[in-house]
Design a protein around this ligand. Structure first.
Ligand code: NAI
Length: 458
């Protein structure tokens, strides 16, 4: 019997929809099953896109209060209209998700709304509907890790989804976890007048980040008015008279303390979302954190079932999921595909932004690779100064002998954009001299990348 589809993709986040579209463009008959009414997954509905809308709006407000008068722009005291800010955010979600629906139509992808259960390696059930497929891609993403000390109520105790839909701006916000979500959402509320305190289990923010950048980042966020409590584990949250009471334990001296807040955001990590998929029934192998185990071709232990994005191993980043989606589509169409996980950039969209690609200093030391470091501060960059954004620096790590670029870490204006120059350079195996000899337009913040490359040379 001929299967209904060459490929069924489960999940329509950046991994799933990109995989479906690419496979359809390469000639496969494709369906994409999505449980939520609105396609786009976490990223478009309750993650990257809405958080970036709030980051953009809050940054514009901050700019108007801090810098407008300095530049000779006189306006009445700006005010935040929170419900309009949320409306703007929701419009951005709608525009992006509608775009996916259009792309599905344009590429003749069958969009099935419903929760999928894999019945066998070639069949899937959605409600009463049975669908057969030659290949299945699991792209079901992730969800907030359960927090044993409290359950989000969407009002006073929230996870990242709830934080994007608060009915009013909280006076006091406690954020549990100084990771990417915690820091981005803290930035939004700090800028619009909330008193923000981050409680972090470790002794530093943004785990995995280059230590020097992390220190500088913390200093800048403190200067912006955010408070931090380190080495402390939050183990319990209670709500009394509409106020959250957060109990935490200091890991250095074992003292117990309690803080109160109008809202508490739990941002303690995410875990793969595989609920109801039926993985156990067909014995799809997972590891002890629930991630689906795949080989270098992204195949599970069933060769025609693939897993991509947050549901499998590697960084939980939309662009990593997209690239994996494209790789699977290309393989299914008989093409070669290549993924270089060392060149997946990461960006924190605070102000200033923080970005990173390749190895950190610590990783190079651990791998006993001899390296050199070139740094350049945005204080020395004319464009950054003009834009009142000279906090931060560019740091490039290169092989001591060959000068080949091994990693780059940026904190500063446009860090999330200018990192890509280094990604491309690294993809082509470039040296710092290659970047240093490349003409960079003046005045741009990208000149700081060239200067850091120059600083690597003698
Ligand atoms: P995370 O893993 O980045 O950070 C969680 C933090 O919470 C850690 O530093 C951990 O030490 C701390 N923590 C855990 N339990 C705690 C406790 N009981 N008390 C105090 N601190 C505690 O997780 P996050 O921020 O929730 O992000 C989840 C994923 O989403 C990440 O993998 C991230 O890469 C991804 N993401 C990426 C974005 C981007 O690329 N801009 C934006 C948002 C999310």
């Amino acid at each position: 019997m001929i299967p209904d589809f060459d490929l069924v993709v489960i999940g329509s986040g950046p991994g799933g929809y990109v995989c479906a579209i690419k496979a359809a463009q390469l000639g496969l008959k494709v369906a994409c099953i999505e449980g939520q009414k609105s396609p786009g997954g976490t990223c478009l509905n309750v993650g990257c896109i809405p958080s970036k809308a709030l980051l953009h709006a809050s940054e514009a407000y901050h700019e108007s209060t801090q810098n407008f008068s300095k530049m000779g722009i006189e306006i009445e005291t700006p005010k935040v209209n929170w419900s309009q800010m949320l409306k703007y955010k929701n419009e951005m979600i709608a525009q992006n998700t509608q775009g996916i629906e259009l792309l599905f139509k344009k590429n003749k992808i069958k969009h099935i709304v419903g929760w999928a259960k894999i019945i066998s390696p070639t069949s899937i059930k959605v409600g009463k509907q049975l669908i057969s497929a030659s290949n299945i891609v699991i792209a079901t993403g992730s969800k907030p890790s359960p927090f044993t000390g409290a359950t989000p109520d969407g009002k006073i105790i929230v996870d990242s989804t709830g934080a994007l839909n608060l009915q009013e701006i909280p006076k006091k916000l406690i954020v549990i976890g100084g990771g990417v979500i915690g820091l981005e959402m803290s930035s939004v509320f700090n800028r619009i007048g909330t008193e923000v305190t981050v409680i972090e289990y470790l002794d530093h923010i943004a785990v995995g980040m280059d230590k020097e950048i992390s220190k500088s980042f913390l200093r800048i966020l403190k200067k912006q008015g955010m408070n931090f409590i380190f080495n402390s584990a939050v183990n319990n949250i209670k709500v009394k008279d509409n106020i959250a009471l957060i109990d935490y334990l200091s890991r250095s001296n074992s003292t117990k303390s309690t803080l109160s807040a109008n809202v508490v955001l739990i941002a303690t990590g995410r875990r793969p979302f595989t609920d109801g998929l039926g993985l156990e029934d067909i014995n799809v192998a997972t590891n002890n954190t629930g991630q689906i185990i795949v080989n270098e071709k992204l195949q599970t232990n069933h060769p025609n079932i693939f897993a991509i994005g947050d549901v499998t191993t590697g960084p939980m980043l939309a662009h990593k999921a997209e690239d994996e989606g494209i790789a699977v589509a290309e393989q299914l169409a008989g093409q070669e595909s290549l993924l270089n996980y060392n060149l997946v950039p990461s960006v924190i969209y605070t102000s200033p932004e923080v970005s990173s690609v390749g190895k950190t200093e610590q990783e190079l030391k651990d791998e006993q690779i001899e390296f050199k470091v070139g740094k350049f501060s945005f204080m020395g960059n004319g464009r950054a100064k003009v834009n009142f954004s000279s906090d931060g620096f560019v740091k490039i790590l290169a092989d001591k002998k060959s000068d080949k670029i091994l990693g780059a870490h940026i904190i500063g204006p446009g860090a999330g954009d200018i990192i890509h120059e280094i990604c491309v350079a690294m993809e082509f195996g470039a040296s710092t001299e290659d970047i240093a000899r490349t003409c960079h337009a003046h005045p741009t913040v990208s000149e700081a990348v060239r200067e850091a490359a120059l600083a690597c040379l003698d």
